[in-house]
Ligand binder design. Structure first.
Ligand code: AMP
Ligand code: MG
Length: 349
């Protein structure tokens, strides 16, 4: 996968841009045809995209010319943090804390504080979503991946065996840093939350260096703060799940985050059928009805966990959960029995 970066000088009040949330594909920057006005003050722009965790991560920020060296340090720290997250929180890595949990979980494993905190948050989200979000889903993820590789559906015995190894109630966290997987064969997969976590981490680093205007996209999870080009709102286009070229709607993000999950870009194909990569931990089957769920929240981690959970919960239960939460909005597009339906919270932008 390619990576690219640019440092450039820009002047505020240039044409407006907006982003399109797309899992796994390049973030497409589209130019909206708004006129150019006079240049006012000099700003520097940094923008780079690199592959991480099976997606493309983009960091874009604007800063004053005299912040140059601080910004360079901040950006270096951000990419270093991404390297670390990819290493420590990745179920597919050979080394790192999650790999170690999945190897030696039954005996108990001591982990880094950030991994422990993310697992603790994951348990909180599992309770909130009544088990629809469950980071112990990995045995089922592996089952469906293997089924795809073998080109056949898993049988009932295989499904039951994998289902028996799933259950957040058996993920034990012992303060300050010990993780125990209380059932044999259990494994964790932070894939439903780690991109949001990473987004928040990068935003925190940029903020700690005094960078006030930025967009971070970790592959479907987006955190925006301040202004685009010093004066314009950050506009994020939500891709129409039924038309790859189309934009369903454009939302403005400022000091807020958006995450989209769905069954239209990441899926398994078995015997010609496309199956969502989001699995119902209780039935053991990939979720079917939700084409996409977009959540807007103050933290990308929360938005990420909830957008995954909504795909399993469906629109009724899912929206009931969202309405109980403060400062969280959601849009769900589902297709049931051939009928497409859009449901959104009243304040969804
Ligand atoms: P996302 O793209 O954020 O919705 O995350 C999807 C990924 O989360 C999948 O590729 C799996 O690795 C993992 N996953 C699948 N089903 C679940 C679930 N029910 N709860 C938590 N994580 C899941
Ligand atoms: Mg998610």
């Amino acid at each position: 996968m390619p990576s690219s970066s640019t440092f450039s000088t820009i002047y505020i009040n240039k044409p407006r841009r907006f982003y399109k949330i797309r899992k796994f594909f390049f973030i497409t920057v589209l130019l909206l045809s708004l006129g150019t006005s006079l240049e006012a003050r000099e700003l520097k722009e940094y923008k780079a995209t690199r592959p991480y965790l099976g997606a493309y991560v983009t960091i874009q920020c604007f800063y004053e010319a005299d912040q140059e060296s601080l910004a360079a340090e901040a950006i270096q720290k951000c990419w270093g943090r991404m390297d670390q997250i990819q290493q420590e929180m990745n179920a597919y890595a050979q080394e790192g804390d999650v790999a170690e949990i999945n190897r030696n979980g039954p005996q108990g494993v001591r982990v880094r504080q950030d991994v422990y905190r993310l697992l603790k948050d994951s348990l909180h989200f599992a309770q909130l979503a009544e088990g629809a979000f469950d980071v112990t889903v990995f045995p089922l993820v592996e089952l469906w991946k293997d089924a795809e590789a073998q080109g056949r559906f898993p049988d009932q015995a295989e499904l039951k065996a994998a289902r028996d190894k799933v259950g957040y109630q058996n993920l034990r966290l012992e303060e300050p840093d010990r993780v125990v997987l209380a059932k044999p064969g259990m494994k964790v997969d932070l894939g439903g939350i780690v991109a949001g976590f990473a987004c928040d981490e990068i935003a925190a680093i940029l903020g700690s260096y005094g960078i006030k205007d930025f967009l971070v996209d970790t592959g479907g999870e987006i955190f925006c703060r301040g202004k685009n080009k010093g004066s314009e709102p950050w506009l994020v286009g939500i891709q129409d799940p039924q038309d790859k070229q189309g934009i369903l709607m454009t939302i403005e993000l400022n000091d807020s985050c958006a995450s989209t999950s769905g069954n239209y870009e990441k899926f398994y194909t078995i015997e010609g059928t496309s199956l969502s990569h989001i699995i119902d931990p209780v039935s053991g089957y990939p979720q079917k009805d939700i084409i996409s769920a977009t959540v807007i929240a103050k933290s990308a981690e929360l938005a990420d966990a909830l957008s995954t959970a909504l795909c399993v919960m469906g629109s009724e239960k899912g929206m009931a959960l969202i309405r109980r939460l403060d400062s969280v909005e959601a849009l769900i597009i589902e297709n049931k029995d051939g009928v497409t339906r859009k449901t959104q919270t009243e304040k969804f932008p």
